[in-house]
Ligand binder design. Structure first.
Ligand code: SAM
Length: 325
C-alpha cells in the first residue's frame, strides 16, 4: 500500500519481546529494567494473524524479527514456522548473537531466510563494557554458525561510538571482507539511554568513511530501493574486497524513502520508530471476530500509516527495546 505521501509500505519490524540478555550502554540503563510480562505480549497466533492481514491488505513483503533479544522468546521457532508460509519475500531476524550458535540451524529449518547480527566491538573487554556483559566469542561463533546454516546474506551491525569503537572501523571492514559478510555501520540515534547519556559520542558516516579511506579504496554504490543502508565497495588493493554499508539516519535521514511499519511486542502498530504511541492491535485481535476484526485491523492500519511522519523527530527518551529496534 501507499501512505498519504506516496511512500510504498511493504516492510515490518516485528518485535517479539522486550527482554534482553545484554544491557548495551546506549540502549538500556545499568540498573534494574522492567519489561512487559509474558501475558502482555502478543501470542504467536496473534502475530501470525496480524502479519497475514498486513500481507493481504498492505502488500507486506518483508518482515524483520527483533526485540529486545528475539532469541529469548521461547516459541520463536513456532512463530517463524507460522510466518514462513505467508508469502513473504524476506523473513529475517536481528540478534546480538549470544545464543545463535545453538539456534542457527533450527531457525533455518523453521524457515528463516537470514540474520543481522549486532556486534559493537571485536575486542573482548570493550565488547563487555559497551554491552555490559556477554562474550564477543559467542557472537562471532554465532555468526559462523549462521553462515554454516545458510542464514545468508548475513549483515553485521556496528553502532559507531566516538571514543569507544571508532579505532576498530578498519578492523571491522576486514572482518566482514574476510568472511563475505556486509558490515553495516549505524549512526547512533538519540533514543532511550543514548538520548540522555551519550551526548558527544556521536560519530557521523563521513567521519567513519574518512577512517576507511585512509586504509582502503572506497567507492559509493547505488542504494537499492527501500534499503536504509548506503552501500560502498571497499578493497585493499591486495585482493581483499567487499561491500560495507552505512545507516545514517542522523546525517543522511531517509524518512522520505522509509517503507516500514513497526509492531511492538505488546501489539502497538507504529509508522515510525520515534512514535512513542501507536495503535493497539491486541484488543482487536483478542476481542473481535470475523468482519468486525477485519474492520478493526483496517482502521488500525490506516491510523498507523496516516501517522507516519514525513520527517522524523529523531529523538525520543522511549527505550529501543520497547519500540522494537
Ligand atoms: N537484541 C537485538 C540486537 O542486539 O541486535 C535486536 C534489538 S536491538 C535494539 C537492534 C539494533 O538496534 C542493534 O543493532 C542495536 O545496536 C541498535 N541500537 C539500539 N539503540 C540504538 C541507538 N540509540 N542508535 C543506533 N542503534 C541502536
Amino acid at each position: 500500500m501507499k501512505d498519504p505521501r506516496g511512500r510504498t509500505i511493504d516492510s515490518l519490524r516485528l518485535s517479539v519481546t522486550e527482554r534482553c540478555n545484554l544491557r548495551c550502554a546506549y540502549c538500556l540503563p545499568a540498573g534494574p529494567v522492567s519489561f512487559a510480562s509474558e501475558e502482555e505480549l502478543l501470542t504467536a497466533e496473534e502475530i501470525e494473524e496480524a502479519v497475514r492481514f498486513l500481507v493481504e491488505r498492505a502488500g507486506l513483503r518483508r518482515v524483520r524479527i527483533t526485540g529486545g533479544e528475539p532469541l529469548l522468546r521461547e516459541d520463536l521457532l513456532d512463530l517463524v514456522g507460522r510466518l514462513r508460509p505467508l508469502n513473504l519475500q524476506d523473513l529475517s531476524l536481528t540478534t546480538n548473537g549470544q545464543l545463535l550458535v545453538s539456534r542457527a540451524r533450527a531457525l533455518r529449518d523453521a524457515g528463516l531466510d537470514r540474520v543481522n547480527v549486532s556486534l559493537d566491538s571485536l575486542d573482548p573487554e570493550r565488547f563487555r563494557n559497551v554491552r555490559r556483559g556477554g562474550d564477543v566469542k559467542k557472537t562471532v561463533e554465532g555468526i559462523h554458525a549462521a553462515l554454516d546454516a545458510g542464514l545468508v546474506p548475513i549483515k553485521v551491525n556496528v553502532v559507531l561510538l566516538k571514543g569507544t569503537n571508532d579505532g576498530e572501523i578498519v578492523e571491522f571492514a576486514r572482518f566482514g571482507m574476510k568472511r563475505g559478510i556486509e558490515v553495516r555501520f549505524l549512526e547512533l540515534m538519540a533514543i532511550g539511554e543514548a538520548a540522555s547519556t551519550h551526548e558527544g559520542r556521536f560519530l557521523s558516516m563521513d567521519e567513519a568513511l574518512g577512517r576507511l579511506r585512509a586504509s582502503f579504496r572506497v567507492e559509493e554504490l547505488p542504494r537499492p530501493d527501500g534499503s536504509p543502508s548506503i552501500p560502498f565497495a571497499v578493497s585493499d588493493g591486495n585482493g581483499l574486497g567487499g561491500t560495507i554499508g552505512f545507516i545514517a539516519p542522523v546525517s543522511r535521514p531517509f524518512c522520505n524513502a522509509c517503507r516500514r511499519l513497526r509492531l511492538s511486542a505488546t501489539g502497538l502498530l507504529r509508522g515510525c520508530l520515534m512514535n512513542a504511541g501507536g495503535v493497539a492491535l491486541a484488543p482487536i485481535l483478542q476481542n473481535g471476530a470475523g468482519d468486525d476484526r477485519r474492520r478493526g485491523l483496517e482502521e488500525a492500519l490506516r491510523r498507523a500509516v496516516d501517522e507516519k511522519p514525513w520527517v522524523s523527530a529523531m529523538r525520543t527518551g522511549v527505550r529501543m527495546n520497547t519500540l522494537g529496534g
